[in-house]
Design a protein around this ligand. Structure first.
Ligand SMILES: *[C@@H]1O[C@H](CO)[C@@H](O)[C@H](O)[C@H]1NC(C)=O
Ligand SMILES: *[C@@H]1O[C@H](CO)[C@@H](O)[C@H](O)[C@H]1NC(C)=O
Length: 421
């Protein structure tokens, strides 16, 4: 079994390009196939084939290794089927190892995976040397739906988690993400849960037109580096009505992310919504056009955060707006931090990241520290075009304060804390 499995993995690995070494692929762009369609609706198309993992030897007992069965079912769906078809993971508990679900497929798009059951990751971390747990690559049209759960069974690997943020210089071994999407366009992930990932719950990179809706992502507050949704190098990502309770950022967006809309997120516990860290890598692509609306953050360490490394590489983040945000018990509700991991008393050279046009509007609720608005920008560029409007953040009966370093925001409307002096 072990040999058969590694043979399958090697074969699949050979079919796709190495996530690290291979030359960069051109981005798959093109029109948004879900535009103006009701993506919430799932109907079987006329003649749609249902490819059930049970018919390929999967056993729903949570102990039998179903990797081969899943791969055989996927092979049939993706490479031996034309016309509409879906992969069905029915109710039951299915144990599976690291797998590639690589496109393009021969079946009609969107390629659909319907998960009703509870899919569990194997716990031997040495099986994950290709990077992540379930890897979806090179699709144009992919739908993951069905109300089921992906459980990364991460507890054992959390003990070995390296903090890739603090060790900015070192080559850091990231723990496997549960769902990894790369080089794909027109992706919908909807109405599923992920629990206890080894690393991130969901990682999106080099993708366009992605919708992540009605997801429930859960891990203990103490689990290390378990970001909810981590996005890099992607254009047009819409995340709506998600609930995220995890040990790191609920949503983090780093270099090359453009045109993101986050709506009705419930975040907490966790580290809030982060843009950055930026300026970490050489030749970073800019971050532009991030709109975050109607979200609530409860018991999080940070709320709305832009973070950049001092004394490192150039980068840029612009056209970012946060509006209609409710906070409860948030330690740093509004924060721009260009002295990331260097504060206080940072003696390093200033950050080379340009931050422009960042808007905080209608942010209300409670904090667990008096410094509710903390904007610390680079001495070199400052932060241009920052606005802070209608803020009402309370710290019990004590007053809240704001601080502005190397930035002169436009303050307007009702302000609690008051504007920077
Ligand atoms: C956000 O909330 C406001 C006020 O409740 C509402 O008018 C607006 O339509 C909401 N926006 C979205 C995108 O849901
Ligand atoms: C937030 O923390 C408080 C105090 O620890 C706790 O009572 C409450 O249930 C938490 N709320 C959520 C939504 O986690």
């Amino acid at each position: 079994m072990a040999i058969a499995k590694s043979a399958v993995l090697i074969l699949l690995f050979a079919l796709v390009c190495n996530a690290n070494g291979a030359p960069k692929l051109p981005r798959i762009a093109g029109p948004d196939m879900f535009k103006n369609k009701n993506v919430a609706k799932d109907v079987l198309l006329p003649g749609e084939q249902i490819i059930n993992v049970m018919d390929f030897g999967a056993k729903p007992d949570g102990r039998f290794d179903c990797t081969q069965a899943f791969m055989d079912a996927w092979q049939k769906l993706c490479h031996q089927t034309t016309g509409p078809a879906r992969l069905l993971i029915p109710e039951g508990r299915f144990l599976v190892s690291s797998m590639y679900f690589s496109g393009p497929c021969t079946c009609q798009t969107p390629v659909t995976i319907q998960v009703k059951g509870y899919v569990m990751a194997t716990t031997d971390i040495s099986e994950y040397e290709n990077g992540d747990w379930l890897m979806f690559e090179k699709h144009n049209g992919l739908k993951i739906i069905g109300g089921g759960t992906f459980d990364g069974q991460g507890k054992k690997s959390w003990e070995y988690s390296e903090n890739c943020e603090s060790g900015a210089d070192s080559v850091c071994a990231r723990n496997p993400s549960s769902l990894f999407f790369s080089d794909s366009s027109n992706v919908v992930v909807q109405g599923i849960r992920t629990a206890n990932p080894k690393g991130f719950h969901i990682f999106v990179t080099k993708c366009t037109n992605v919708r992540l809706r009605k997801l429930k992502l859960v891990a203990p507050e103490t689990s290390p580096n378990t970001d909810g949704i981590h996005v890099s190098h992607s254009d047009t990502v819409i995340m709506s009505r998600n609930t995220i309770a995890t040990g790191d950022d609920c949503i983090s967006m780093i270099q090359g992310v453009k045109n993101v809309f986050i709506n009705r997120l419930k975040c907490g516990p966790g580290h809030g919504i982060s843009i950055g860290s930026l300026g970490k890598y050489q030749n970073e692509e800019e971050v532009r056009g991030i709109r975050i609306q109607n979200c609530s953050l409860i018991n999080t360490t940070n709320g709305l955060r832009v973070k950049a490394w001092p004394d490192r590489f150039a980068g840029a983040a612009s056209d970012i707006s946060f509006s209609n945000i409710n906070m409860q018990n948030v330690r740093n509700p509004i924060i721009i931090d260009q002295e990331y991991e260097c504060y206080p008393d940072c003696k390093k050279k200033p950050s080379l990241v340009r931050i422009q046009n960042v808007h905080f509007q209608n942010v209300k609720g409670t904090t667990t520290s008096p410094l509710a608005v903390d904007l610390r920008c680079s001495k070199l560029f400052g932060c241009q075009g920052v606005t802070v409007r209608d803020i009402d953040l309370k710290f019990g009966d004590a007053p809240t304060t704001s601080r502005c370093v190397n930035t002169q925001p436009l303050f307007a409307g009702l302000l609690m804390p008051p504007a920077c002096a």
